[in-house]
Design a protein around this ligand. Sequence first.
Ligand code: NAD
Length: 432
Amino acid sequence: MQDVCRRFEEKQALLGVLGLGYVGLPLAVSYAKAGFKVLGFEVDQTKADAINRGESYIIDVDAQELAAAVAAGTLEATTDFERLSEVDSVNICVPTPLGKTRDPDISYIQSAVASIVPALHKGMVVILESTTYPGTTEEVILPELAATGLEVGRDFFLAFSPERVDPGNATYNTVNIPKVVGGVTDACTEVASCLYGQVMDTVVPVSSVRVAETVKLLENTFRSVNIGLVNEIALMCSAMDIDVWEVIDGAATKPFGFMPFYPGPGLGGHCIPIDPFYLSWKAKQAGSEARFIDLAGQVNSFMPRHVLNLVTEALNQREKSVKGSRVLVVGVAYKPGIDDVRESPALDILELLTGRGARAAWYDSHVPALPAGISGEKLTEWTTGSLGDFDAVVVVTPHPDLDHDLLLAAGPVVIDTRNALKGKTGDNIVRL
Ligand SMILES: NC(=O)c1ccc[n+]([C@@H]2O[C@H](COP(=O)([O-])OP(=O)(O)OC[C@H]3O[C@@H](n4cnc5c(N)ncnc54)[C@H](O)[C@@H]3O)[C@@H](O)[C@H]2O)c1
């Protein structure tokens, strides 16, 4: 164990990162910046090629830093998984989506582990960073690695450390977000902590893998449930003709015991709409109910439909029907300032509008195209003329560069689902 730690401390180790997406690529670049040699493993040849040309495809990864690491020979990407035998450690950062029946789909983790097994060697450190249900590391990964005959905690080291990165966050990044680590044995926790300690500002060891796995699920369940609560409050306020945004601002003046969450058009992204169901799935197997998670899921998934109701009502007030009206959805990324459309409620809203016969269009200064299967005409010009052609505009994701004044001057009714037009007044504004 000491030898393994020493290789990390002396930056002699070659670090592997498996899965070079929103989580893996920032981690790989952070390792390289800290002075390690890094080998990234990707199934997508186009991503590996882009990295090796020194090009970044992730918003939070500075292209110059990545190019410098590649040019210095400290960062390389490969699709050759036999080269896993070269690395001293490997962080697994592959997707963990939900299946069609909203059950965990851990097939990406399983295939990642299948590629590590033939390369497992003495002293190797394997750390899962993908969000998953409690028990995955010990029940799914450990048996595969132990079947090689190598012993965990002595011959190789296995740990879980949740990735908590927040794409687009200018303050918190891979390095300054505290890193929670739980190993299968104490030695595993120690070795994994030693690795992260070379790069991360703060390492937080916990007593077990299951605790580390559940930490991440609590964090995202906390957000899902509180967003569900405030969405329900928004629906109540709407029924009582009370401005929910002003209510939240008022409540947030309390200096203790209240943390503001804001309503919106529905959940988006790879974490909050998905992760709580990893927890509830496992808890149900253990005979425990997950009532808050299920309820929050119901309320949050109703919000796109509520937005459709607001559009319908606003058009009705103007003696128009949804069918045949031109409706523009502004912002299809799941949150401001980023280009990620995964699980974005804007996609649900576009589908609902199209399903009702609207001539739906979309505008997003950060997103070049809609994912396959979602239809809508792309608006490329943000001008009074182009906006004035619409009967209604739905603001779903207001990127920082959005010109609100131009939108209001253009004239169509604006359904503002995020309070993006805070402080603005006008007969053509409908707030969620
Ligand atoms: N995106 C976020 O904000 C965020 C934040 C915290 C945690 N997470 C979690 O981190 C994990 C990864 O998420 P992400 O957003 O980086 O996903 P992503 O889709 O952006 O990246 C995953 C990458 O893994 C690659 N991949 C898939 N299977 C592979 C395999 N067998 N071998 C090598 N590469 C493989 C994919 O091609 C892709 O490039 C998920 O569990 C997610 O829940 C994501």
